[in-house]
Design a protein around this ligand. Structure first.
Ligand code: AMP
Ligand code: MG
Length: 393
């Protein structure tokens, strides 16, 4: 059995990155940029006013000044005429500066009396309230680094320089194979001895949160032959395969054999942790495979600790493991076996509380839990004030 840390190192050494491809700007939301992006133009594209007011030529005076003529202009491709001497140009935010003007005085500092404009210039200097061409960035400047996330803000930035196609990392296609003869789908009635398949919906919702759309769920009975032919089928079509259940040491746990029969190479099997000890990770030349132990808490904690970081690497994220905070525990917890524990917890402004109902079949505490804590292998007793690693679900 390997430690949590060793498992993470093995996964990083074998992680796969998605291929680069271009997508339309709006479809890049939530994805990761696959190349440095440079600006195809100067921004602003022309000198323009930052205020509604009057454009003037600064002449060195630092006091009241009068102008007897005014000319109007508005934002858009008009009104960029030459400014005659002793004239003020009525200008609005974003409008091009007329040639010869270099300063904009906001309208609150201008009075109009008998056709004469008077300016209070004391608060301004040459160049005030002008957005100069290329002030934000020059043509060819780096505006978005490789591995940045595309947010609504970055979509705005890219649109502002006219970029319509964005190079991003492709998302993987994922097959979920849910095993277990006892499973029924929601919407069907349960017979004695049956349970609802909750792991399928859990995994699909995690994948949806990651923006992974190409997901298909398959149900497999606890029979080696049918499981093995399903594995063969999905290996042809999917980048990631996630199994739920059937990976422990029970007589009907056929997932490991089915993977071996189909040439999936083992990266590790079994981690010194609870829940999720029998976690399996494997690979083919181009694919990654995880077999998650069937208990729902095992599925959730193994997905968070190992599967999500690996998927995030595929999606192009740079930091995939450092998704935790360090917080003081507000209660006590003791454990015996030298295993790393991942426990359902409730984060608040006081710290983090370890919740009851930690059995790996128990989903009830997920209703109030907003995080989970890691108790290291060599720690047997946690007391209030103890600093713990806290992960969000
Ligand atoms: P297994 O890993 O197949 O031995 O399953 C361990 C436990 O998890 C058993 O109690 C199963 O009934 C339960 N289980 C397995 N698959 C699912 C699932 N898809 N949804 C909810 N519980 C499951
Ligand atoms: Mg089973």
């Amino acid at each position: 059995m390997i430690s949590v840390q060793e498992a993470k190192e093995i996964l990083m050494a074998n992680a796969i990155r998605g291929t680069k491809h271009n997508v339309p700007l709006i479809d890049s939301l939530g994805k990761i940029v696959a190349e440095d992006i440079t600006s195809p133009c100067d921004v602003p594209y022309f000198d323009n006013s930052a205020m509604d007011g009057y454009a003037i030529k600064w002449n060195g005076e630092n006091n009241f000044r009068h102008f007897d003529k005014q000319i109007s202009g508005k934002a858009g491709p008009t009104g960029c005429s030459n400014l005659p001497a002793e004239s003020a140009f009525r200008i609005f935010t974003g409008a091009p500066m007329p040639k010869g003007a270099d300063t904009v005085i906001p309208q609150e500092f201008v009075t109009l009396e008998n056709g004469l404009l008077s300016f209070d210039l004391e608060k301004f200097q040459k160049g005030s309230n002008v957005r100069y061409q290329g002030n934000q960035n020059k043509k060819g400047d780096l505006i978005l680094k490789k591995h940045s996330s595309i947010t609504p803000g970055t979509i705005g930035l890219l649109a502002s320089v006219g970029i319509s196609q964005v190079p991003v990392y492709a998302a993987p296609s994922v097959a979920i194979i849910v095993t277990g003869d006892e499973l029924k789908e929601i919407g069907q009635d349960l017979e004695y001895g049956e349970i609802y398949n909750s792991n399928g919906p859990t995994l699909k919702s995690y994948l949806r949160l990651l923006g992974i759309e190409e997901v298909q769920e398959f149900q497999a009975p606890d029979k080696l032959e049918s499981l093995s032919s399903l594995v063969k089928e999905v290996l042809v079509k999917f980048d990631f395969i996630l199994f739920s259940g059937g990976i422990s040491v029970g007589e009907y746990d056929f997932v490991k054999t089915a993977m071996k029969e189909n040439g999936i190479e083992e990266l590790f099997y079994k981690i010194k942790q609870r829940p999720g000890k029998p976690l399996f990770a494997g690979k083919t030349a181009t694919q990654l495979v995880f077999a998650l132990p069937g208990n729902p808490a095992s599925v959730i904690s193994c997905f968070n600790q190992y599967v999500r970081p690996t998927l995030k690497h595929y999606l192009g994220f740079e930091q995939v493991w450092e998704d935790y905070e360090l917080l003081p525990c507000t209660n006590s917890f003791s454990k015996k076996p030298p295993l790393t524990f991942f426990l359902k917890a409730l984060k608040s402004k006081n710290g983090v509380e370890i919740l009851g109902g930690q059995e790996s079949f128990n989903l009830l505490s997920f209703g109030i839990s907003n995080a989970f804590v890691e108790i290291p292998e060599d720690c047997n007793q946690v007391n209030p004030g103890h600093i713990l690693k806290v992960y969000n679900w």
